[in-house]
Design a binder for this molecule. Sequence first.
Ligand code: AHG
Ligand code: MN
Ligand code: MN
Length: 341
Amino acid sequence: MSSDNIGITISNHLLLNQQQLSTGATGSYTRLLQALVLACKIIQRDVAKAGLVDVLGRAGSINVQGEEVQKLDELANTTVKRRLSTSGECCGLASEEEADIIEIPRQYPKGNYIVHFDPLDGSSNIDANVSIGTIFSIYRRITPSTNDISLLDMLQKGVEQVGAGYVIYGSSCILVFSTGQGVNGFTLDPSIGEFLLSHPNIKTPEKGKIYSINEGNYNYWDAPTKKYIDWVKTGYQEHKTHYTARYVGSLVADFHRNLLYGGIFLYPADLKDPKKPQGKLRLMCEANPLAYIVEQAGGLATTGKERILDIEPRHLHQRTPLIIGSPEDVRIYEDFISGKR
Ligand code: AHG
Ligand code: MN
Ligand code: MN
C-alpha cells in the first residue's frame, strides 16, 4: 500500500486489497475483517467510558488461564464473539477467556474462517488507564465444511495464518494488521467513527535500542537469558549501543512501540510458576499473530530455539516463550541461547 493512500478508510483499503488478492474474491475475507473492525470500535467505545459506567474492576471469576477476569475482559470477549458469530464468515472461534472451541450458534450461517483472539490484552492495566488492546489471528478451515469444526482446524501452525492484527486502545485507537502483503496501521478518527490509514507499509528497524522484559523475573530465568540481559546492560564496550528499557506490561503496547522504533521484547520461559514453565504468553492468541506481523514488517519471532510460526500447537491455550522484534536483536539473543556467545 503506497503512502499516497494515507487517509483512506479501512473499508476502502480492504476492498482495494481484495481486488489485489485474487480476481475471484467473494468478499468473505473482507466481511470477516469488517466484523473484527466493528467489534474493536465497540470495545474502544466501552473502554473510553469505562470510568463512568460500572465496567472497571474484577468480574469475580478466574478464567481458564487461572487469571482473574476483569469486567472489561468479559465485555470485550462477548463483543468479539457476537460480531464474528453473526458475520457469516466463521466456522470456529477460540478466545483466551474460554476453555473450549467456541462453535457458531446454529441460527447463523457459517463460513470458512477460524479466528483465535485475545479480547483484551493487558487487563492488569485497565483500572490505571494504561494502554490495552485486542489481538486476533485468522486461519482457513482445512477439514471439509460438512464436518463439525475440529481441533485439526483450530490447531494449525502460525505459518498457516491468512491474516493477523491488533488494536490498541491508547492515546489514540490504532488498528495494525497484515493479510500477508506487508503491515498497515489505521488510526480511528473518533469524530467520524472511521479507521483511516495512518501508517502505511510498516517496516521495523533492522536493529533497535529498546529492550522490553519484566526484569522482576530475573532470578527465574535460565542462565543464557540472564547473560544476554547482563550484556545488554553492561556490554557497551562490545555492542556500542546505549540500550534503554521500556516495559508497559501490555503486550500490544510493548510490541507496537518496538515495531515502530526498533528493539526487542522478551517473555522467556521462567521458573516462577511451576504451572507455566513456558512463560506466560499464549501461542495461539498472542505469539502467533504478533510473529506473523513482525515477519511481515521485516522482523523475527522465536522461542530462542525455534521460529514461533513453526511451532506445532498441541492445545488451544498452549504457552510459549516469545522473543520478538528487530531481526538483528533477535538473532543476537538466539546466539546467547545456542552458546555462540
Ligand atoms: P492478558 O491481559 O491478555 O492476560 O495478557 C497479559 C500479558 C501481556 O499483555 C503482557 O505482556 C504480560 O501479560 C505481562 O506480564 P507480567 O505482568 O508478568 O510482566
Ligand atoms: Mn494478552
Ligand atoms: Mn486478555
